[in-house]
Design a protein around this ligand. Structure first.
Ligand code: CTP
Length: 397
């Protein structure tokens, strides 16, 4: 996604400047070309040589250097940028940009660029809370500047509070979001993920091997493409993607409630969750003791959430997943029809590289017109984008 993107990274003078090295590495690893501009203040905390070594390009520092100006002058930097990121951004640089000051290379590039600008502030908590700083941020937000807010925690200056530079993955994610095409803007997408857990007693439950990876990848991709995303997930070890509304649930009944509550506002529902078909007839309040005989555990049917959503489908696009171990196409087609779906993503979970807990998947997508699209082995992230592409094409079909 960041492959080939040209990112101008401004580094300003705060203790968090050392973290810009990690940011450069991460961006370069994602395939971006990074051109670093450092203020004089930044160079007191980290050397240009470090960032030059990591980025592979000469670091620009000086507005009035004849050589630098001819090679990487402020106009050329401003024009080549797909995005301009300032991390860390001090209260000083925020104030200067808000006040229209352009008195060094970085602020001049900001003034001259037409690319989106993302600021990741980092400063002492009192500076962050200072109404002048907050007013400047408000003003810049109003002008379309993007911010990734600092986090709370222990600050280098010994204080506790908000002001610590956002985590590097959160900054990279925001860059991705800004640079993604926004073909889902204005839409609300409802996505489910993970397994459900059906309690037997306080320490035991029925569940399955779903990790939540596919649903989380879908939620993240939709959010990057501009959707407002509601992610309803059963128990998963994964961290919810930035910027999505996350509703954690445990059982199929809880998942049903969360889905049906949010369905009306959604323009599409993608059910990637592996919902338990059955639950124990009764969940024991106390831990069950073993006995000398065999155990019979009566199970009852859980609600079929997707089927119910299909009954009240309206104009929304409904997508289901089918995990199969035999007769993949026939079984998936049956589910597509019975549940009134627009598309079903079928995977043979027995194939290596497909199914639960891995980062890749091999699927066949069958749409409501009967068309089968066979996809090669790909990452769940890439598959998420392919599924979203189908949401758009099915809607216009
Ligand atoms: N699903 C659901 N509610 C259930 C079971 C499944 O909403 N109680 C959804 C899943 O999220 C998935 C689709 O239905 O998108 C197909 O799930 P799957 O378990 O493969 O199908 P089932 O209808 O349960 O059929 P079977 O288990 O017999 O294969």
């Amino acid at each position: 996604m960041l492959k080939g993107k040209k990112i101008v990274l401004g580094v300003t003078g705060g203790i968090a400047a050392y973290k810009s090295a990690e940011l450069v590495r991460e961006l370069v690893r994602s395939g971006a070309e990074v051109f670093v501009v450092m203020t004089h203040g930044a160079q007191a905390f980290i050397t240009p040589l470090t960032l030059q070594t990591l980025s592979g390009y000469k670091v620009a520092t000086d507005l009035f250097s004849l050589i630098e100006e001819s090679e990487i002058g402020h106009i050329s930097l401003a024009e080549r940028a797909d995005i301009l990121v300032i991390a860390p951004a001090t209260a000083n640089v925020i104030g200067k940009i808000a006040g229209g000051v352009a008195d060094d290379l970085l602020t001049t590039v900001v003034m001259a660029t037409r690319a989106p600008v993302l600021l990741a502030p980092a400063m002492n908590v009192h500076m962050w809370e200072n109404p002048i700083c907050q007013e400047n941020i408000l003003k810049l937000r109003g002008r379309g500047y993007h911010f990734v807010d600092p986090e709370s925690g222990e600050l280098a200056c010994g204080y506790e509070g908000k002001g610590r530079l956002a985590e590097i993955p959160a900054i990279v994610e925001e860059i991705r979001a800004i640079l993604s095409p926004k073909d889902f803007s204005g839409e609300i997408l409802l996505v489910t993920a993970g397994p459900t857990e059906e309690p037997i007693d306080p320490v035991r439950y029925l569940s399955n091997r779903s990790s939540g990876k596919m649903g989380f990848a879908l939620a993240r991709a939709a959010r990057l493409r501009g959707a407002r995303v509601i992610l309803v997930s059963g128990p998963s070890a994964l961290k919810p993607p930035c910027g999505v509304k996350f509703i954690p649930v445990r059982t199929a009944v809880e998942m049903r409630e969360a889905v049906l509550e949010n369905l009306a506002q959604a323009s599409a529902l993608i059910m990637a969750a592996a919902v338990s078909d059955y639950r124990p007839q009764r969940s024991h309040a106390e831990k069950m003791k073993k006995s000398k005989t065999e155990l019979n555990l009566p199970l009852e049917l859980n609600p079929d959430i997707l089927f119910e959503a299909g009954q009240r489908k309206g104009k929304r696009v409904l997508i289901g997943f089918a995990a199969e171990t035999e007769d993949l196409l026939a079984n998936a087609r049956k589910k597509l029809t019975e549940k009134n779906l627009d598309l079903i993503v079928a995977n043979d979970v027995n194939r290596p590289g497909a199914g639960f807990a891995v980062d890749t998947n091999i699927v066949k997508m069958i749409d409501r017109f009967g068309k089968v699209e066979e996809l090669p082995l790909m990452s769940k992230e890439d598959l998420a984008h392919r599924v979203l592409d189908r949401v758009l094409s099915l809607r216009s079909a």
